[in-house]
Write a protein that binds this ligand. Structure first.
Ligand SMILES: Cc1cc2nc3c(=O)[nH]c(=O)nc-3n(C[C@H](O)[C@H](O)[C@H](O)COP(=O)(O)O)c2cc1C
Length: 326
């Protein structure tokens, strides 16, 4: 009996893999802004951070931020608009008060760094560099105050400048979260890799709005918000496929995200890990189901582990810049 148990312990978990040198027990990554600072869902019975390979903490700025005026979230057909406005307690609080409360034996924890200037990104990155955090993700969707509020991430040149500056500030794995709200995500991905990004997160939310026709006012206090959830999944999948073409030769892994509640398509398209955000709001147990679904698929299709499945999409067609859609 003892020998049988020992043999079972030797069997490698097929969902395990190495991401930028970090051991992930599952390809699932819980996404920034959807799980607080890693503690939020642990209050839900049956939920466990151990079901995720990594948890990304809420976006963190140098100083505390109260966020936007309400409404901050609004449900749309197959999706959700949000304009939280990066409400967070500031980098010092997160590093000194939040991180010591986290159980680093459960999963890997990733910081999500935000800023209105390159200097702010660098300062926040430095604070996390001097902390036990496992990796740093830079959210380049923040508005650049010096350039009149346009998002850094919508322009390859601005994205690359943020990445290069943060790269110089840390030796921890650096992940850049790309915006879908731009003309050519491939060019942006290329520039971020050249600037020193170890991994890419694809995609952040798609900008949208909703209107109350009775008051003829925008529903979201910030007028516009980021659309997430199943409505953006086909967009996210195409972006992952496009970015994989650029990232694969550099062996830069992708965390695919956007409307995921079943991960297989994203892994096949080239994502090494899959982000789960909005899906948690309607099913906090979704991670267990996804892990089980991936494991069953690997078994049924003869893959020894999840890494073997990544990027196995079979297509003869080249990506067209101006795709014919009608
Ligand atoms: C309420 C909410 C808050 C978010 N806050 C952040 C954030 O602070 N930083 C960030 O990089 N992304 C943030 N995001 C974007 C998510 O991390 C994720 O990239 C996006 O929602 C797409 O995935 P999903 O469709 O699975 O939610 C937020 C999303 C939501 C819904």
């Amino acid at each position: 009996m003892l020998r049988m148990n020992a043999a079972r312990d030797d069997v490698k978990n097929p969902l395990e893999f190495s991401f930028c040198g970090l051991d992930f027990a599952s390809p699932i990554v819980l996404l920034s802004g959807c799980v607080g600072f890693g503690e939020e869902y642990t209050r839900v019975e049956g939920f466990s951070n151990t079901d995720a390979g990594a948890v990304v903490l809420k976006g963190t700025t140098l100083n505390p931020r109260l966020g936007n005026a309400p409404h901050r979230v609004f449900e749309t057909p197959s999706g959700m608009l949000n304009a939280i406005g990066l409400q967070n307690p500031g980098a010092n609080h997160v590093v000194h008060k939040v991180l010591p409360q986290l159980d680093f034996t459960e999963t890997r924890f990733i910081a999500n760094v935000c800023g209105s200037t390159i200097e702010e990104y660098v300062e926040v990155t430095q604070r996390f560099d001097q902390s036990p955090i496992d990796a740093i993700e830079i959210n380049i969707s923040c508005p650049n105050v010096k350039e009149g509020g346009v998002a850094f991430g919508n322009y390859p040149e601005a994205s690359a400048r943020v990445v290069a500056a943060c790269r110089a500030a840390t030796r921890k794995p650096l992940i850049t979260k790309l915006s879908p709200n731009q003309t050519d995500i491939r060019e942006n991905a290329r520039r971020c890799i050249e600037a020193g990004s170890d991994a890419l997160a694809v995609i952040n939310t798609v900008m949208g709005m909703a209107i109350d026709v009775e008051t003829r006012r925008p529903i979201i206090g910030n007028v516009q918000g980021g659309l997430s959830g199943p409505a953006i999944k086909p967009i996210a999948l195409l972006k992952v496929h496009q970015v994989y073409e650029i990232a694969r030769p550099h062996r830069v892994p992708i965390i695919g995200q956007g409307g995921i509640k079943d991960a297989l398509e994203f892994l096949i398209a080239g994502a090494s890990a899959v982000g789960i955000g909005t899906a948690l709001f309607y099913d906090p147990m979704v991670c267990k189901k996804i892990n089980q679904g991936i494991a069953e698929y690997l078994r049924a299709h003869g893959f020894a582990n999840v890494a073997e499945l990544v990027g196995t999409l079979s297509t003869n067609a080249q990506i067209q810049d101006c795709a014919v859609s009608g």
